[in-house]
Design a protein. Sequence first.
Lengths: 94, 252
Amino acid sequence: MVVNCVDSPTRQFRDGRGSVKRLVVAVGSLARGFAVFWWEFLVGDTPELFIAVVALVAVGTLVSVVAHAHGLGAVSLVVLVVGALALSLRRAAR
Amino acid sequence: MVAVVSSSAVVLSVAVFVACAVEMVEALTIVFAVGHTRGWGAALRGAATALATLAALVALFGPALVRVPLGGLRLVVGALLLVFGLQWLRKAILRSSGLKARHDEDAVYAETVTELSGAPTGPPGDRVAFVVAFKGVFLEGLEVVITVLTLGVSAHRLTLAVASAAAAVVVVGVVGAVVSRQLSAVPENAMKLIVGVMLVSFGTFWTGEGLKVHWIGGDVMIVGLVATYLVVAWLLIAWIRQRASSVTGVAR
């Protein structure tokens, strides 16, 4: 007896599961690529600069938004940017 | 009629134009290497497809970002520009002070030619040539897309930012086609230093705006920040050079 497996429900179910799996793998790989891109873009080989910018935003929030010292906030931002750059260069020059 | 152009618009145009020009020089070097080695058809197709994809990204995300509340957007964009700009500025200072090798377009060209020479030659629709040209233009262009979107949207001047980037693509493309392969003569490091200073200036300004700090003179302060960071960069180059020479002196 010859059984036509081409359109059988089992085959269709297996094909369906296969394509879902392929989709999950493709989405996973896209998400991983996206995360790697942003990690390389923001952190890369200079994690100190990323940390410095996060710290700078935190200090700026404390000074300007919490303490309402808006003028001092401007000055502290510039000073912290220069400090972060100098420290990163010092690290590179070591 | 006197046309009133704000200083921040001028600085924004210059920043986007120079940033785009720098990346275009790097991308064009790869396209030239592919074109000379594998033929111009696939190289130009790859470059054109990448440019179309980048333009689609700007068209897709630009209008969407415009709808985001400005205060929060400026803080996020400012922080992003600070990270990005500080990385550029750091690299440019290290190159200017001699601690890091300068970006050599001749070396990139030679490297790409060697890589492609080893690959099997293909038909007129050369897939390897297409992919290498596409990758070169797309990856270099992504940084430009981020610069255009962040600067353009924060300043509410997306059209101006896109126009500046497009102008840079046309100018560098035409000049590159005329001088062909002489892209190493472009003062890339100096341009990178200027872009780094501008990105850090915009980053500081927008972060401050997001945090509601008080900038003396409002938008004009961007010019003041550019001047301040240029002086700081110059001082840091001198400091790193002196530090490097004193270390060499001690080693001797």
